[in-house]
Design a protein. Sequence first.
Length: 176
Amino acid sequence: MFSRKINGDTLRMCLAIPQYGDELYRLIDRNRDHLGQWLPWLDETQSPADTKTFISAELMKFARGEALYTLLLVHERIGGTLAFKSIDSQTGTAVIGYWLAEEFTGLGIMSKSVTEIIQLGKEYYDLKTCRISCAVENIKSRAIPERLGFHEKETLANAECVNGRWLDHIVYELNL
Ligand SMILES: CC(C)(COP(=O)(O)OP(=O)(O)OC[C@H]1O[C@@H](n2cnc3c(N)ncnc32)[C@H](O)[C@@H]1OP(=O)(O)O)[C@@H](O)C(=O)NCCC(=O)NCCS
């Protein structure tokens, strides 16, 4: 399976395929409280079949060159996901999205992984710009683009409704 080392033998990213759906769903289900504060799709994810359907749809986008949805494997266990949620080949712009299970936070895993997917974006998609959109109050998520040298591009009022709460977002941008 397509896979790329991020940190020695302990951390790698691999293309998500439906065969990972059971393990990925179990991880999401165990982390509902942690993820549900910031991610809008938890309520739509109620079974492994839902996760497999999502992965299949992402693979169709991958085939068209419009997205890349990967799993982060920590010691060969899924620890979270990292994606180019969209890729615009006309402008060379990709939007990055991510989450980690709570037990894998605080270790620098996502910052390293985002660095690696940006590198991959340069190598395979000829990207010129990467963006990350974070809720203003999501300090842990905002720390990632800030740590990696992104600049603030704009603030979007009421960008997303999560758990019945409308969240403003800051869009960060990195020119490659
Ligand atoms: C957003 C999220 C991925 C951030 O996770 P994270 O563990 O804070 O991010 P990283 O993996 O980059 O780790 C950074 C942390 O590891 C520490 N760290 C340890 N070694 C490190 C290293 N080599 N490099 C960078 N950070 C390191 C940092 O100090 C930081 O810890 P701190 O927050 O206590 O200061 C996680 O909180 C999450 O999944 N949240 C829920 C979903 C979500 O919000 N998704 C984003 C929507 S926009």
